[in-house]
Design a protein around this ligand. Sequence first.
Ligand SMILES: [Zn+2]
Ligand SMILES: [Zn+2]
Length: 271
Amino acid sequence: MIDLHSHTDESDGTRSPAELVAEAVRAGVTTLGITDHDTFKGYDQALPVAVEAGLELVCGIELSTKLQGHSAHLLGYFLDHRNLDEFRAWVTGQQAARRDRNLRLVVRLQELGFDVTLEEAESRGRGMTGRPHFAQILVEKGYVANLRQAFDDYLDESAKGYVFRREPQFAEGVARIRAAGGIASLAHPVRVKGDISALMPELRASGLNAIEAYHSDHSPEDTKLYLALASQYGLRVTGGSDYHGAIKPNVTLGSVRIPEDLLDQLRTSVG
Ligand SMILES: [Zn+2]
Ligand SMILES: [Zn+2]
C-alpha cells in the first residue's frame, strides 16, 4: 500500500517522524511520502527509522504558492533525495517568510482582542508554525467553538484576521522543484479556487508534472475528473491521505486507495 502525502510535527502534523514511520508500518503502508510544509526536517529524521523498519520513504515537500492570486499547494517529490542543497536553501528562505507572516498575524489577532502570543503558537508548531496552531489556541482559550470556526471567522483568506503572506508564484514553485530534479504535483485540486478545467492549460504550461487525483478530501467524482484531466493534458497522477495525525482524526495513513504502480509511473516521468 502506498501513501504519498503525510505530515509530521515538523510542520503541522501531530506525530513525530519516528511515530509516523511506526504508524505507517502498523497501517500496512509499504511506501510513504513525507510532504511537510516548507521543510525536510521530518523526512530527514524519519529516513534512518524507515530504513530500519523496512519502509520505503519518498522525499517530498508541500509548498504554499500563489496561483492567479489565490493560495495553491504544490507537492514536490524527489525520488533522488541527494543533491538538493540549492533547493533546501531556497526552502529555508520560505520558512523566514512564514515567520514574518506569523508575527504580523499575532499583531492582527491581538488587535481583534485575542490574548495570543507568538511564543504560544511556536511552542505548538515549532519551526513550522502556521495557521492551524493559531486556530488551536483560539479553540483552547474559548474564543471559538472549533477549528473550523477559527478558520471561517478569523484565519481563512477572506476572514477578518487574515494577514497576507509573501508566497512564491505557482510557476516558480514548479520551476524550483523541477530544477532540483523533482516531480511537481498540484496538491488536492479540489481546494483550488476557480474552475480547474479552465486552469489546466496554464498549469500544464508551468511545467507541472502531475496532479494529486487521489486525496482524502476528494469524492469519487472528484477523483474521476482529475484522472480525466491528467490524461487529457498528459500529466501523471499522485495521491495520498494528507495524514496530519490527531488534528484530522478521521484521516488515517493509507486510507486513500491509490494504484500500486503509481510510483513506477512517476519514475518514468523523470526518466
Ligand atoms: Zn495542502
Ligand atoms: Zn498536506
